[in-house]
Structures are given as C-alpha cells and as structure tokens.
Design a protein around this ligand. Structure first.
Ligand SMILES: C[S@@+](CC[C@H](N)C(=O)[O-])C[C@H]1O[C@@H](n2cnc3c(N)ncnc32)[C@H](O)[C@@H]1O
Length: 223
C-alpha cells in the first residue's frame, strides 16, 4: 500500500524501539508501514468502527503481518495497553483529537504523542500543553491541496507555548504557504464580518499582524 505524503511524515516522527498504538487506524496503512520499516517496533492498530477494523485486518493479512500487528476495537485512549509508549492520532479534526486526548489518567505510560490534525491546530497545541507534553517537532504538510500539521510531543511540561505557531519557523515553503493562506482567509472573513463583532474582528486583525511578522522573519535559505 502506498502511503500519502502526510502519513509518511507521521511515520518519520515515530522513533525506533517504540511500542506504538495507531488510534483510528482505518486502512492500517500506517501501522503496516511502521511494522515493515522501523527497527524493533511493536504496533497495535485500533479503531472505534467495525468497517475500518475489517479493512485493517484484511490489509494486514494481505502482507502477512497478522501475528505482528494486533488489531483492536477501542475508543481513543481508553483501555490502552500499559506497554504502549507512543500513540498516533492522524487524519481527524483537531476538535476530535483534543477530545480523545483529554484523559490524563489514560496517558500515564505514554511518552510520545504524535498527532496530525486536519484543522484547529492551535486547539491541539493547547491540549498538549494542558496535558503537560512539550512539542518537540512539527511540520506542515500540504497533500492534495490540503494542509495538515504533524506534531510530535513528549511527556514533560514546557514553560510556554505559542498556540498559533508552535515550534514552526517560516523556513519551509509548506509553512509559508499555510500561513499565507490563513492570513488571506482571515482577511476574507474580516471583509464579511459586521463591525459589531468588535472583539472577534480585533482577534483576527491581531492574528494577521502576528502572521505577517512571522512571514517577514523567513530565513533567506528557504528549504
Ligand atoms: C479519516 S480516518 C483516518 C485514518 C488514518 N488514521 C489516516 O490518518 O489516514 C479516521 C478514523 O478514525 C476512526 N475514529 C474516529 N473516532 C475514533 C475514536 N474515538 N477512537 C478510535 N478511532 C476513531 C474512524 O472510525 C476512522 O476510521
């Protein structure tokens, strides 16, 4: 199975020697890739719905990894195997990802959280901060003209966090593209928003000011 650019980026954030749970695995493409490409990895693939679970099982059987990859019906991080030290939640909206994560007692043994929301990036960063995880790595991925953020966070409180930019720098074309788009979207929203929504308008204007400054800081050697 060919993995999308988005899922390949997620996979590149997963450390060797980890015990991984791919939550909301769907087709299990990522779980299979991890099992086949990482060193000394243990992979569990979970989903809340029967249809994706059946597809996952079929795909895993096709490549003969049914002994290696355990497939389970589970809701988010509830009843997570105690040995799991790395969880992945990819391809869902930021609100759903934040809701799934919002259960600190279920994260006791989880050292690494790798998430790839489709939207609501600041909300996801806020949740990771609230749960006492520190963002170690982030990357914006543009796949099929859609923007995704891939985040790796590790257990341990950070003293501060910027919800709008996280640890990103304006030094990749994809990051610049994403924030330019966000600034343009904000401008369109402002054009249509009645003047009476003073505070909302102020917030968007302030956000655009920050984005403009961020984009101006871009390094000369854009990757
Ligand atoms: C759009 S698919 C994403 C699949 C894959 N992770 C990816 O990134 O391509 C979302 C999957 O998450 C599953 N899902 C939604 N809510 C869930 C939850 N609370 N716990 C586990 N899986 C969930 C859905 O059944 C679906 O298969």
């Amino acid at each position: 199975m060919k993995l999308s650019k988005r899922l390949l980026t997620v996979a590149s954030f997963v450390p060797d020697n980890s015990f991984v749970c791919d939550i909301g695995t769907d087709h299990a493409g990522l779980a299979i890739y991890l099992q086949e490409n990482l060193k000394n990895v243990k992979v569990i693939a979970t989903d809340i719905n029967d249809n994706p679970l059946n597809i996952a099982k079929k795909n895993i059987q096709k490549v003969g990894l049914q002994k290696e990859i355990k497939v389970l019906k589970q809701d988010g991080i509830k009843n997570l195997d105690k040995k799991v030290d790395t969880i992945i939640i990819a391809g869902m909206g930021g609100i759903l990802i934040s809701e799934i994560l919002n259960s600190p007692k279920d994260l006791e043994n989880v050292k690494n959280i790798i998430v790839a929301p489709n939207n609501e990036f600041p909300l996801v960063r806020k949740m990771l901060f609230k749960l006492n995880y520190t963002i170690e790595r982030e990357r914006i991925v543009i796949d099929n003209q859609k923007s995704y953020l891939v985040i790796k966070a590790i257990k341990g409180k950070s003293s501060k966090i910027d919800y709008l930019f996280g640890t990103l720098k304006a030094n990749t074309l994809e990051t610049i593209y994403y924030y330019n788009n966000l600034m343009n979207t904000n401008r369109q929203v402002l054009k249509k928003m009645p003047k009476k929504y003073f505070l909302k308008r102020l917030k968007l204007k302030h956000e655009n000011k920050k984005i403009k400054k961020f984009l101006l800081s871009k390094e000369k050697n854009v990757k």
